[in-house]
Design a protein around this ligand. Structure first.
Ligand SMILES: Cc1cc2nc3c(=O)[nH]c(=O)nc-3n(C[C@H](O)[C@H](O)[C@H](O)COP(=O)(O)OP(=O)(O)OC[C@H]3O[C@@H](n4cnc5c(N)ncnc54)[C@H](O)[C@@H]3O)c2cc1C
Length: 418
């Protein structure tokens, strides 16, 4: 008798959790991703700032699932789904039939329609983005070294848009990279003239955090020399910098778009119910459109505890959704009833830099400073997939901490037109 076929689209946090939870069960799983690696997004900013190498945070998908005899990885881009024939359509090779489909394709960068963002700003969403950004930052210093007069035109000015955890973490890491490493690399350049400017539309950084954590983040960033501009909206981006809603401009050759993602357009292309933001509207069992054979998890799903409330777009939500969906599929196959999905919130964290992080845990517990930083390091280390990655990251972090160095300063990309 043929085993039920489960196709999972996306080997991100949600898809991998579902595939791993189905490992060893009486189902045949195909895990499809356009990349051959899983991206550990919380550490992308460390790749962009030379703290970690790309491979350290991107384990190979085949390597992750190879221990499960019933899970097969497939590298391909999913271009659509034939809902009636129950086939997933790929950009290469034959389509894949399914009995259960799990959609976990996440989000893509969004420019919110702001002029110049798509052309001139650097996104930080994928591993490729992080490597390109690292090369751009290092190249700007090379350009300023070759012609110091270029510092005046913003060559050493870096604007980061978005004061959420990614923007805060990136700004702290950039400031530390400049002060602790590049100032020594570029001895004849006045690196103290390099600027990191964080622009946030709302009145405070770290929106979902308490006011104490927001305040701590701001103080710590400013201590590192980051210029924090809250209550300022970027209205356009050009090759020379950004314009703000009050009409002022900031000259900067490098603008990083650390804000704004939108649902992967694959979701809306399927003809299933979506929100106005393009996420698929799921029920309490994470299935969509009255089709019990199709589940949506992670950032692509509009799921929440109650109607009108949404779970945050975080890795733990995707992971828990993946595990829940794996259990539900096995329940369906064995005729058992399933309970609704419920996200268990274990807290949120953001790091600002060396010995500085904020963490908000359940029951109103808040930690900051060195203790917050150690908790952040520990949690991210154990969350990384694979012993090798954990060991390499631990060595790199220990090296960076003891020597104040960043060992991954390779310029890989050709010079672009930005
Ligand atoms: C820079 C950054 C930092 C973040 N930091 C944190 C953090 O510190 N803590 C936290 O909890 N969350 C963080 N997040 C959010 C977190 O990454 C997401 O909530 C989480 O990744 C969602 O998981 P997912 O499985 O839905 O999607 P993803 O993990 O994004 O995975 C989607 C997968 O689908 C694949 N894919 C997409 N389209 C296709 C297609 N058409 N065909 C085949 N494959 C496809 C992609 O290659 C990807 O592997 C961060 C996000 C970013 C961008």
């Amino acid at each position: 008798m043929r085993l039920p076929r489960v196709v999972i689209v996306g080997a991100g946090f949600g898809g991998l959790a579902a595939a791993s939870a189905l490992g060893g069960s009486p189902v045949e799983v195909t895990l499809v991703d356009r990349e051959n690696f899983h991206t550990f997004t919380p550490l992308l900013y460390q790749v962009a700032t030379s703290g970690l190498a790309p491979d350290d945070i991107a384990p190979n998908v085949r390597g992750i699932v190879q221990r499960h005899a019933n899970v097969e990885a497939r590298m391909a881009t999913v271009e659509g789904v034939d809902l009636e024939a129950r086939h997933v359509l790929l950009d290469r090779g034959p389509s894949i039939p399914y009995d259960h489909l799990v959609l976990a394709a996440g989000t893509v960068s969004s420019d919110f329609g702001i002029p110049g963002v798509a052309r001139h700003a650097w996104p930080l969403k994928t591993l490729d983005d992080a490597v390109r950004l690292r090369s751009t930052v290092l190249r700007r210093f090379e350009e300023a070294h070759a012609d110091p007069s270029r510092v005046d035109d913003g060559t050493l000015s870096f604007v980061v848009a978005g004061g959420g955890p990614t923007g805060v973490e990136l700004c702290g890491a950039l400031a530390e990279l400049f002060d602790n490493v590049l100032a020594k690399d570029f001895k004849r350049l006045d690196v103290s003239r390099a600027r990191v400017v964080l622009v946030e539309m709302s009145d405070h950084l770290l929106g979902p955090f308490s006011s104490a954590s927001r305040h701590e983040a701001r103080v710590q960033l400013e201590l590192r020399g980051v210029e924090v501009r809250t209550g300022a909206r970027i209205t356009s981006v050009s090759a020379d910098g950004v314009t703000l809603d009050n009409g002022s401009t900031i000259a900067a050759r490098t603008v990083v778009w650390a804000t704004g993602v939108k649902a992967n357009p694959l979701g809306a292309s399927l003809g299933l119910p979506t929100t106005h933001r393009g996420e698929l509207e799921v029920g309490s069992d994470l299935t969509v459109g009255g089709r019990p054979e199709i589940s949506v998890i992670g950032d692509l799903a509009a799921a929440g505890p109650r109607a009108g409330e949404a779970y945050p777009q975080l890795a733990p939500v995707a992971i828990q959704g993946g595990r829940y969906t794996a259990r539900r599929i096995l329940d369906v196959e064995s005729g058992r009833a399933s309970r609704p999905f419920r996200y268990v919130d274990k807290g949120i964290m953001a790091t600002i830099g060396r010995r500085s992080a904020v963490a908000e845990l359940p029951f109103g517990i808040r930690i900051g400073g060195t203790l917050g930083w150690l908790s952040w390091l520990g949690l991210h280390l154990v969350s990384l997939i694979g012993f090798r990655n954990r060991a390499v990251v631990l060595v790199d972090w220990s090296w960076n901490y003891m020597t104040w160095d960043r060992g991954n300063r390779v310029i890989l990309e050709p010079a672009g037109d930005r």
